[in-house]
Design a protein around this ligand. Structure first.
Ligand SMILES: [Zn+2]
Length: 421
């Protein structure tokens, strides 16, 4: 019997790594829209937030409700926790069935962050708290609650092989479903990560997540190389991405670039390693929305979705592209959902928002072909639109307006943010 082909799945972490980044943020409604777009794009999992952060709770619960209702299906919604029992309990209370628990594994971080209070291996001194001990405790709590758990080795790329393998092996023995190899500082290069992950996966035989940062400009390349190492060692791989590469410092591996690299590069395109549910034709829309929501323009030379990704001007290039697009284009703009006309109103425009009234509101929704069953319903959705705009402080998009009308109960929950002081 032939063994099942191991695959690469995408876990998008825009709603976690993306939003925790300095000077970047999303309103809870925007995070929700991103989950919806990721789901439509066939992405395997969205790491959607922090269950131990009070202002996330209503948003997390509402999104889990949307999953129950079949709206956010089949995407898996997962939370990010520190490897402490309390975080895991909070995740469980909210109703999360999937979490990642994170703890530092490198000598640098354990010494540099815990200052000698915590050691790495309990064998060194059983009376002191240890990284492995804390991980086992948090993991035990999660497995007791029946969760799927990824165990994150923070700063794995600066962790010696011996400890990393021991950490992963112990996590596996205590029920971990995956290990997240975090190249937290973007320290790896494609060659080191390929060999290290292949070795780790071969030794431990557990699926590996690749979480790569772009400090050396190699986030996408390292993600692909690490995933290939895991596949060659006989396990599944999960690449952590963010939309438009948003994330700590220089960012994370860009979602669209990772998909393109796996589907279009010379050495990978025929291996069909990427989860076949991923629908690249949603790339344009999700990239545009994330850019709008974050308030960060897409660079003109951005992979696939940048303004110049399919532009040609110089004589030889333009002539060549006109004769046969394959002369100068590796893939087609249609593959990414580009090429559709975008209608922009150049005359009168009625909008609705924070201080909007019912007449303007009705005009906006009529254009979206949404009818309300009575006056009361229209006023309810208007109230939601006002609050939504209070939160986003940007003109509401059509998809945001449609979401409010379709799922008012969940929208209300998402927009309910009250400090617990
Ligand atoms: Zn990160």
């Amino acid at each position: 019997m032939s063994k099942k082909q191991n695959k690469i799945y995408i876990i998008d972490v825009t709603n976690r790594d993306g939003v925790q980044t300095s000077r970047l943020g999303l309103a809870k409604l925007e995070k929700t829209l991103i989950n919806l777009y990721l789901n439509e794009m066939g992405i395997y999992q969205s790491e959607l937030g922090f269950p131990f952060t009070n202002h996330e709770i209503n948003y997390l619960k509402a999104n889990l409700e949307l999953a129950e209702m079949g709206v956010l299906q089949p995407i898996i919604l997962s939370g990010w926790c520190r490897a402490v029992k309390d975080d895991v309990k909070k995740a469980h209370r909210i109703g999360l069935k999937h979490i990642n628990i994170s703890i530092s594994t490198s000598e640098q971080m354990v010494k540099g962050k815990f200052g000698g209070r915590v050691i790495r291996d309990p064998k060194e001194n059983p009376s002191k708290p240890s990284i492995i001990g804390m991980m086992i405790e948090a993991l035990g709590e999660a497995k007791k609650g029946g969760m799927t758990v990824g165990v994150n080795a923070e700063d794995a790329s600066r962790t010696d092989d011996e400890f990393l393998i021991k950490f992963a092996q112990t996590a596996k023995e205590h029920g971990a479903d995956r290990i997240r190899y975090c190249d937290t500082l973007g320290y790896d290069d494609p060659f080191t990560i390929y060999h290290r992950v292949k070795n780790l996966a071969r030794e431990v035989q557990i699926p590996i997540e690749l979480h790569c940062h772009n400090d050396l400009g190699a986030g996408v390349a390292c993600s692909i190389a690490g995933a290939k190492g895991a596949i060659e060692a006989g396990v599944d791989a999960y690449i952590n991405t963010t939309i438009n590469g948003m994330g700590e410092r220089a960012g994370n591996a860009d979602l669209v670039s990772v998909i393109l690299a796996l589907r279009k590069s010379s050495g990978l395109k025929d291996l069909n390693l990427l989860d076949e549910r991923v629908d690249l034709s949603k790339a344009w829309r999700i990239a545009k929305y994330a850019s709008y929501a974050f308030g960060v323009p897409i660079p003109i030379n951005q992979v696939g979705v940048g303004g110049n990704a399919f532009a040609h001007e110089s004589g030889i290039h333009a002539d060549g592209a006109l004769k046969d697009r394959r002369n100068y284009e590796l893939y087609d703009f249609e593959d990414l959902g580009r090429g559709e006309p975008e209608i922009i109103e150049t005359g009168r425009k009625i909008t609705t928002g924070e201080y909007g009234g019912i007449k303007g509101f009705r005009d906006v929704y009529e254009k979206l072909e949404i009818e309300f069953k009575d006056e009361k319903e229209a006023h309810t959705i208007l109230e939601l639109a006002r609050y939504a705009n209070v939160h986003t402080q940007k003109p509401l998009t059509n998809d945001e307006l449609l979401f409010l009308a379709r799922y008012p109960q969940q929208a209300k929950k998402i927009l309910t943010v009250a400090p617990m002081i």
